[in-house]
Ligand binder design. Sequence first.
Ligand SMILES: Nc1ncnc2c1ncn2[C@@H]1O[C@H](COP(=O)(O)OP(=O)(O)OP(=O)(O)O)[C@@H](O)[C@H]1O
Length: 246
Amino acid sequence: MTAPAIEARGLTRTFGAFTAVDHITFDVWPGEVFGFLGANGAGKTTAIRMLTGLLAPSGGEARVAGFDVYTESEAIKRAIGYMSQRFSLYDDLTVGENVQLYGGIYDLTDAEIRDRAAAMLERLGLTAHRRARVRDIPLGWKQKLAFSVALLHRPRVVFLDEPTSGVDPIVRRQFWEMIYEAAHAGTTVFVTTHYMDEAEYCDRISIMVAGRIEACGAPADLKREFGVESVDELFVRLARPAEATG
Ligand SMILES: Nc1ncnc2c1ncn2[C@@H]1O[C@H](COP(=O)(O)OP(=O)(O)OP(=O)(O)O)[C@@H](O)[C@H]1O
């Protein structure tokens, strides 16, 4: 049987007396697009930071791309791509310099960087803008570029923390086409979003409430299970029960 790309068992993180992530358990399979939903402060970023080897868990187990988050965090960092909520790109550097920088960080050869950068910028329609500073390009381009850069070293798993926040629906759509393309090529995509229409595009989603996973499954299965019409309705019911009833 294929091993999961991500497996979490009772993964927990406390900050003093506060439990930000409370015994979460789930598997994500290779090539899957897994949506990680939750209201602000539910614990999504904390969970991602543990899974990407950036933050030590307080308890539980997790493996990413086969590596243990406690003992093999360096191997995890090489095996994954990560597009954080705050941009991973350097605003003061040009488009081309950013690509070079990340290629270098991921130990790609000069030839690999050159070839992959050229293909990537062509695909993004950014070839003519390779000398533009990142701060001067539109937000939607930045986000697509940040995603492509996160995939430059062909990671097995990519973590996207609210990648489409603040961009218009057309760019969001284009961004999701890029997500599907990566998933079809075999990359596992772990994505957080606040947009419920995007949740419907995921193979499976989990909904986190106050550090716990309250629902996990394919959107259609969850809608049936909870007797709701949309993921939005499910989200409101689980994540904001007071609002849903009041
Ligand atoms: N380093 C820290 N020290 C103390 N509390 C923290 C720390 N990091 C996160 N928290 C708390 O943990 C909870 C979960 O935060 P987290 O950033 O993981 O939520 P989130 O679901 O990613 O929210 P958002 O969608 O707003 O990014 C919040 O209450 C936050 O204040």
